[in-house]
Design a protein around this ligand. Structure first.
Ligand SMILES: [Zn+2]
Length: 498
């Protein structure tokens, strides 16, 4: 922008000089000081040069194309190949991570490596292997880079300490953070074209004892696809119940579980199911923070408190947009809860999340927020609590009965027919013993008996007991069917469910 103003100013000045220097137009001008007058007459012979140079500048401006003042030109659409060779690696290769580790190891000793290239290499490599996050952790004598893949942190490379501040600075520049505030926690979000690939990144920088730690989340990098409902590993009967609730015209479905338990992905899959499996089109609106993946046929809105768009104000506005289905990223306050519950009673299907450990404890949590139990009992159609467990690698899992102490701990009576499997590790699974993940769920559906337990202001234990009496599987019970099927190990299940 500043460049354009300068350019227009220069062209205007040049034309003024040319016009005022010509003898025929010279006469219109007032008398000038002799020195200036001489200068103008002299420049008359330059007029064609000046006009030519101005036009040349204008032409050059169009050749260079539009500039973005916020980012250095070097970050926009660069097509260089970087310094780490990541060509030929795809996420489908079973040893993709090992290949990356080798390629990074080849340059990891170089303290002089260009930070611009290296940061791009790291982000592109993370996208290649389907990582959800990049972690850059400063250690006493080194900088460690790891990726989170399938929910588990995997080391990728270790760089010399000397390169650390340059890499961190580069990350701050890319994500438009303040590079002068190196000891302050900062976060930013950016859509960046990295070597022709559109990347949607959320960056958080946090000071630690040995320097600033950066975490880059790869949102909607294009290598992802929203899984279909039957790919989550639901038991057939639970999937059928879940589908029935999703296709109801109204009600509120609560998705609960800790951060990273797959709540958003399951809500996305639910919305995709509504879009693709229903004959009549429903108007779907989402309020998210952040929008993690873009969905077709869904109106997605990013919540932004700085612009006054909160979950509460967004929900009020969304309700005036004639919606059929609204996904609300999270219920954080009583007001959002109240509006969402009322909307769920008045002809809208609401999908939202709440941070609780079990399905049954969601009611107590909302009562603590000041929501009357009758509203919960009448508006909530289901609460689904979930955890993600890693799937055992089918290529290397082995049959192995867990220690008796462990079985006693989870109060399992095991008959001779029960087969357990355990993780080993092979090249297919990057020596982890696990390949991919699946959901362990607890689906509580509202019926008269559960509703009366909620209306009694029932404790989580009370609601749980009634729901289990109505046929609900607890997280542990659902997980155990997966353990018995050999889909996961008992150790893995207890890691996430206990
Ligand atoms: Zn394996």
């Amino acid at each position: 922008m500043a460049y354009d103003i300068l350019l227009v100013g220069m062209v205007f000045l040049c034309l003024l000089v040319v016009v005022s220097a010509r003898p025929d137009t010279r006469a219109w001008l007032p008398a000038l000081p002799p020195a200036l007058d001489r200068l103008l007459r002299l420049s008359a012979t330059w007029e064609y040069w000046i006009v030519g140079a101005s036009l040349g500048l204008v032409a050059l401006r169009f050749v260079i194309g539009p500039r973005d003042d916020r980012a250095p030109a070097s970050t926009r659409g660069r097509m260089t190949s970087g310094i780490v060779d990541i060509s030929g690696i795809t996420r489908e290769q079973p040893d993709a991570l090992e290949r990356l580790q080798t390629r990074f190891a080849a340059v990891a000793h170089r303290a002089d490596a260009p930070a611009v290239d290296l940061v791009e290499d790291i982000i592109l490599a993370a996208a290649l292997v389907g990582a959800s996050d990049v972690h850059m952790e400063p250690k006493q004598n080194a900088l460690r880079v790891s990726f989170r893949i399938d929910g588990v942190m995997r080391d990728v490379a270790t760089f010399p300490k000397a390169i650390e501040s340059r890499l961190l600075n580069r990350i701050r520049v890319i994500s438009r953070l303040d590079i002068t505030r190196i000891d302050a926690p900062q976060d930013g979000r950016v859509e960046e074209d990295i070597r022709g690939q559109q990347m949607n990144l959320r960056v958080s920088v946090f000071p630690t004892h040995f320097g600033a730690k950066a975490v880059i989340r790869l949102l909607d990098s294009g290598s992802y696809r929203v899984p279909q409902l039957d790919e989550f590993g639901f038991q057939p009967k639970i999937l059928e119940q879940f589908r029935r609730i999703l296709h109801m015209p109204q009600g509120l479905i609560l998705f609960t579980g800790p951060t990273g338990s797959g709540k958003t992905t399951l809500m996305y899959a639910g919305l995709e199911e509504i879009v693709h499996k229903e004959e009549t089109r429903r108007n779907i609106i989402t309020l998210e923070d952040p929008i993690e993946r873009s969905l077709e046929a869904v109106n997605q809105t990013q919540v932004d408190a700085k612009r006054g768009l909160t979950f509460v104000s967004g929900l009020r506005t969304a309700l005036r947009q004639d919606p059929d289905v609204i996904m609300v990223g999270e219920i954080r306050d009583p007001e959002t809860a109240q509006i969402a519950l009322q909307a769920g009673q008045t002809g809208h299907l609401i999908l939202t999340t709440l941070h609780t450990n079990s399905a049954a404890s969601a009611f107590g949590r909302l009562v603590d927020m000041g929501i009357p139990p009758f509203l919960l009992a009448s508006a909530i159609t289901a609460v689904i609590s979930m955890r993600l467990v890693r799937r055992l690698c089918p290529h290397c899992r082995v049959q192995k009965t867990p220690p008796t102490a462990l079985l006693e701990h989870v109060q399992l009576s095991v008959d001779a027919s029960t087969t357990f499997y355990d993780a080993v590790g092979c090249t297919e699974c990057n020596r982890t013993g696990y390949l991919g993940r699946m959901l362990v769920t607890e689906l509580l559906t509202m019926d008269e008996e559960v509703a009366s337990a909620v209306l009694r202001n029932g404790s989580a234990g009370d609601v749980m007991r009634v729901a289990q009496g109505r046929g609900m599987f607890s997280l542990l019970e659902d997980g155990m069917t997966k353990v018995r099927n050999g889909d996961t190990s008992l150790v893995e299940l207890l890691r996430v469910v206990q």
